[in-house]
Design a protein around this ligand. Sequence first.
Ligand code: UD1
Ligand code: UDP
Length: 359
Amino acid sequence: MIAIILGTRPEIIKMTPVLRACEKKNIDYQLIHTGQHYSYEMDKVFFQELELPDPDYNLNVGSGTHGEQTAKILTGIEKILMDEKYCRNDVVLVEGDTNSVLAAALAAAKLHIKIGHVEAGLRSYYKEMPEEINRILTDHISDYLFAPTENAKNILLKEGIEKEKIFVTGNTIVDAVYQNILIANKKKPNIFKELGIENGNYFLVTLHRTENVDNFERLKSIIGGLNLICKKYQLLIIFPIHPRTKKMIEKFKIKLNENIKLIDPMSYLEFLQLETNAKLVLTDSGGVQEETCILNVPCVTLRDDTERPETIEVGSNILAECNQDIIINKTELMLNKDKKWKNPFGDGNAAKKIINILQ
Ligand code: UD1
Ligand code: UDP
C-alpha cells in the first residue's frame, strides 16, 4: 500500500500526476490530507478542478506555529498508519518541503515504514528557511529519494546518502503542466477580459515566503519594486494574493500602485493560463520558478537564493533579492533576453517513473 500525503497547494498540484499514475496501474493507495491548507482557494478548488478523489483521511490541522502544526500532523499520521496496519513493505510518499512533509516522514520512520521523497535533494543553503530544515531532515530519513535533476542527486551524494536510494526522475511539476496546459488554454478564455488584460501585456506576481512577507522592510521593498515596474511599463500587475501575504500587507499598511490588481488565489487552470501568457513573472514561489521555466516565460525571483539553480543556469530565471532597485533592473534585463531555453526538469513522465520504481 502507498500512503500519499499532501497538505498544501503545491503538494496537491505536484502529487496529482502520482495519483493518476497509481490509478492507471491499479495500484492501491490511500490519500491522506493533513489540512495544512484549508481555505477553498488553497485546497478544495484543486480537488474539484483536477477531479481528485476525496482524501481517505483529512487531519484538518489548520494553521499554527511550526512546532504545533508539525506535532499535530505527526500524531495524526502515526495513528492512521497504526490503525491501517501499515508495515515495512508499505510506503509513505511525501512531496516537497512543507511541515506536512517532515511530520509525515517522521511518523513513518518511527514505525519503520518506508518513505519515498518526491523532489529530494533541493537545497537553498539558508537554514533560517523552514523548508530547508524540512527537506534536509526528510531526505536523510527517506528510503527512496526521487531527485528531479542530476544536480539534486549530486547534492544528496555529497551529503553521504547511498546512491542506491537515489533515483533521478524529473519533477512531477512537468507532468502537471503538460497534463493541464492544453485544457487551461481552452478553458475560460474570458479571464483576460474579466481582468482587463491582453495576452502578453501584463506582469504576474506571487509572494508568500515567510522570510519575505513577515518582514516589514523586505515586504515594503518588494512592493516598492512592483510599484516602480507599474510606473515604468504602464502595465497591470496581476497579483493573486496568498492569505499570509494579504494579512501582512494589511497589517503593515503598505501602499500599492493602483495598477497592481490584487485578486484571490486562482485555480490551477486559471493560474496556468495567466502564467503562460504573462510578459514576465515575479515570484518567490518554488513551483512558479519551475513552471515559468517549463512554459518559456521569463521569471524574476524575489529572493536572495534558490534551491532551483537549474532555472538560473538555463537562463529562465534571475535572483533579484528584495531590493526595489535590483528588482526593476533585473526585470529589464530579463525582458530583453532571448526566451529560448531547455526545461531541465524532465519529460513529463516523472510520476510514472516514481511508481514503476516503487513497484
Ligand atoms: C506553506 C509551506 C510552504 C509552501 C506554502 C505553499 C511550511 C513551513 N510552509 O506556507 O513551504 O511554499 O505552504 O503555499 O510548511 N492560511 C489561510 N488559509 C489556508 C492556509 C493558510 O488563510 O488555507 C493563512 C493562515 O493565516 C496561516 C498562513 O496563511 O497562518 C500561513 O499558512 P502556513 O500553511 O503556515 O504557511 P504557508 O505560508 O502557506
Ligand atoms: N498556483 C495556483 N494559483 C495561484 C498561485 C499559484 O494554482 O493563485 C500554483 C502554481 O501554478 C504552482 C503552485 O501553485 O503550481 C505553487 O504553489 P506555492 O507558490 O503556493 O508554493 P511553493 O511552490 O512555493 O511551495
